[in-house]
Design a protein around this ligand. Sequence first.
Ligand code: HEM
Length: 155
Amino acid sequence: MDMEIQGRAAHVAAIRERAEAEMKAMGIDEAFIDQLVETFYARVLQHPTLGPVFDSRLSGRWPEHMQKMKSFWSSVAFRSGAYGGKPVQAHTGVANMTAELFPQWLALFSETLGDIAPNAEAKAWFMATAERIARSLTLSLFYNPALDDPQRKPA
Ligand code: HEM
């Protein structure tokens, strides 16, 4: 291994170690991520507007989706590199997907964390991360320059 590659590997390992320590300090571990994904998507399915949008796309493929979401959150939390998907592409062409669903998704996620997160810090970390990703997905999926008027009041 040449020095540059060795240096990179050490850098990646250091990032992972720091992420693991930060998560541990907040009481976030793989078991919690598992519980969060199971609880959240069970509630998504019961939700009047989110449920049908998810289920019509994922009918027959739920176990695969759950696995993906666990590896996604694990990658984000522990910098593990376990998830290698393309979230923007995955959300393209989802029938009846609208920008208005995102605040509903975030509200349900917040409610779920309020019920099961080990503490307020863990809840805040998941919410800040989800809000950032939701904002980025919303822009990728729905950004319309014609509506991007700084004078326009938010609806
Ligand atoms: C209203 C909001 C949302 C809806 C309706 C939605 C819906 C979906 C659906 C139907 C899929 C499955 C796509 C497929 O396999 O065919 C999916 C995948 C996924 N979603 Fe969402 N989603 C929403 C918001 C979010 C947010 C806020 C996040 C991140 C915090 C997220 C992260 C993901 C990821 C990582 C995948 C897996 C992508 C892959 O296939 O690798 N989604 N979503």
